[in-house]
Design a protein around this ligand. Sequence first.
Ligand code: NAD
Length: 501
Amino acid sequence: MSAPPSVELTAPNGTRYTQPTGLFINGEFVNAVKGGTITSEDPATETPIATVQAATEEDVDRAVRAASAALKDPAWKLMPGADRGILLTKLADLLEENIELFSTIDAWDVGKSYKEALTGDLPEAIGVFRHYAGWADKIAGQTIPTTPLKFAYTIRQPVGVVGQIIPWNYPTSMAAWKLAPALACGNTVVLKASEQTPLSILVLATLFQKVGFPPGVVNIINGLGREAGTPLVSHELVDKVAFTGSTATAKLIMASAAKTLKNISLETGGKSPLLVFDDAEMEQAVRWSHMGIMSNSGQICTATSRILVQEGIYDDFVAQYIERVKTTSKVGNQWDVDTYQGPQVNRVQHERILEYIEIGKKEATLAHGGDSAELCKNKGFYVSPTVFTDAKPSTRIWKEEIFGPVVVIMPFKTEEEAIALANDSCYGLGASVFTTDLQRAHRVSSELESGMVWVNSSQDCDPRIPFGGVKQSGIGRELGEAGLEAYTQIKAVHVNMGSKL
Ligand code: NAD
């Protein structure tokens, strides 16, 4: 069978590069068995960028078998952790050398601002590879004293073959969050990218090829959720599934993984609250609460999309917030250096957000935005940054994840009421507290039902700090030392040194 073609592309910012189009299995690019394809589109112009191959069950099986064989191959199985770390360091260095290229591809494919990709997404991805490169030779167990003539020790071993499924909102950095810890811990991987953003992941595969990971250790495929994701989750040789995406898909994955009792970790959706108390520093609260929902066009799982403001400062906050949106949220294409908010990723998301805005107009007061007609007249999936006020806790725009630049602001009277409103959600990913009262900051942080709390801030994320949610926002944690727990299993070894008992 002939090798799959690569295509020469020139991005709107003038960057020229070679885009692989095949599936990366067992160290090489191969054709999809059934010849299915996915065409990626520029959300700013609604024009196709490139067509790549889409995996189906047979391809997934081939990738999983390659990963399974690589797991047993001494080239990987016996590779010292220090050497895995060197490979990951080299990968991070190569990614850094190509930082403009990856920022370009993600900006083009997702619609996000190039500047944000270059200064945010890509440095984060590189940092995650470096962080786990450092861990690779420090994954240790314990020795545990028991009785005088016995002792026990634990070793941390890889979970095995890991199926990883990622979303489209941060393609390269989501891939880094998944691949880096899994490889540092000695697992082998089949990663499926989102069908919305299939491009940068294939270029990343070429870096893995260059660095010299043994064939089959890293397999990267594109494909639709049901055609490629479902067989990956149910494959009997897959030991663990690590998923980031919507809560609805996570539930399907959990049900499917139950059949073979797979280890799973799930990072899902959210409707994160942001609390502003009347002693908060106002300018700081307005700045962070704007960024916490309006950056990345509101396509952030941890977006602080529900803002609760104490009644004494409510009107002032709303006025300053709208002023901030007017002066900061410049909507435009990915390449304009002044763009704060690019187009939404695709037509489906665009229409979904506009539907929510129409629902919101009936449920609450539209305080700003809400109309995209002017923005879209020259094409592109643009949405006006939109602010609703006076919503009730029972409304859909308050309860449901919109995944766009739409925020709802509501007043509260007391700390107890603020906590109750914040926790009245099926989600529990992030939460923010703005206050200058140190005791209140810690008291409220402790009470909020979420995996992460930001005090006087929003969206802080660091390779060293565990990331993940409670309730229907997920199971397990990524990043930091928690990432090692996700990708290793503990074996206990009991040693008898002569005891008769
Ligand atoms: P999605 O659930 O539609 O898709 C995510 C991935 O799952 C894609 O690769 C898709 O192909 C795959 N998939 C879809 N159906 C599948 C199935 N039945 N079996 C296996 N795989 C399947 O989500 P999305 O629209 O790509 O991303 C947006 C959602 O992701 C939002 O809800 C957002 O909150 C969430 N998200 C969460 C985090 C986090 O870390 N918690 C990060 C980013 C995005």
